[in-house]
Ligand binder design. Structure first.
Ligand code: NAP
Length: 258
């Protein structure tokens, strides 16, 4: 329960996504809540949200539970990336242990459209195993943490697009393109043509910011390897910032819980 010294409800937003930044910005307008956004600290130049930011891991579920108690957090919104499964599992466990209400904000996955040639796989290693059967010049957009899974694929040349450079190991034949979305269709078509890309690899991240590559691949009839999401967490889940704001707008009951 919040002590009387904290009249505003205290919300922890687990961030690292555009949705988390939008949620923090919208909540900053509300006098009845205070918000802290937590970032993992992976990027040296992260796009920061409005309001207070806490950078770095909590030390697993127990560490997060301690932090929730110490900071008198009233509710947690897990607005992390759909593939950030470890912190999401931590949030589920820590919120259960502390009785803290938890909402997961997860954008929907992408859906194939007529004309798509998608090859769904369960993991990055499965994507790497499939690639030599599909093409030779690959645009790899799975994020720098996913690059190592492709290090042993010698049959393909890779254009690796990431926000920051991946550490070793990396594929032998590759070029690194440091860039940060959002991306537009014209630019994606030009990139695919310039590098004579014949195969695209992506995680099923969902959302509009990086979806143009899928449209470009459809137009050029390129195969796309789509890595499926980890299992959805066992927690109430919404898909939009508006729905998360609606959940947070419910009145605080006498126990200080939603
Ligand atoms: P992860 O594997 O689920 O998390 C690994 C560890 O990093 C967690 O156990 C936690 O450390 C810490 N952590 C992760 N997210 C955190 C957060 N928002 N605040 C504080 N600590 C956090 O996560 P990941 O896949 O490496 O992603 C890291 C961050 O990048 C996430 O916040 C995510 O939203 C963002 N991101 C991820 C991807 C992706 O493809 N995975 C893409 C775009 C953005 P402790 O156990 O010590 O608490």
């Amino acid at each position: 329960m919040r002590p009387a010294a904290h009249p505003a409800a205290r919300i922890l937003v687990l961030g690292g996504t555009g949705e988390a930044r939008q949620l923090a910005a919208d909540l900053a307008e509300r006098p009845d809540v205070t918000v802290v956004t937590a970032l993992a600290g992976r990027l040296s130049t992260p796009t920061l949200p409005v309001g207070p930011v806490r950078v770095g891991g909590f030390g697993g579920p127990d560490g997060l539970a301690c932090w929730l108690r110490a900071e008198h957090v009233d509710a947690v919104v897990d607005a992390t990336h759909p593939f950030a499964a470890t912190i999401t599992a931590s949030a589920v466990a820590a919120c259960a242990a502390t009785g803290t209400p938890l909402l997961v904000l997860r954008r929907p996955g992408w859906q194939p459209q007529p004309g798509d040639d998608w090859h769904r796989v369960p993991s990055l290693p499965a994507a790497a195993a499939l690639l030599p059967d599909l093409g030779e010049r690959v645009l790899l957009t799975t994020g720098r943490q996913g690059v190592a899974a492709f290090a042993a694929v010698t049959a393909c040349w890779f254009l690796i697009r990431a926000v920051e450079a991946p550490g070793p190991p990396s594929p032998q034949r590759m070029r690194l393109l440091l860039d940060r979305g959002p991306y537009q269709l014209a630019g994606e078509l030009a990139l695919l043509a310039e590098h004579r890309i014949d195969t695209l690899v992506t995680k099923d991240s969902g959302g509009p910011m990086t979806a143009a590559k899928l449209v470009a691949a459809r137009q050029l009839r390129l195969p796309v390897v789509v890595v499926d999401r980890p299992p959805a967490p066992a927690a109430p889940t919404v898909t939009t910032v508006a729905a998360a704001l609606g959940w947070l707008a419910r009145p605080v009951n006498v126990a200080g819980l939603w």
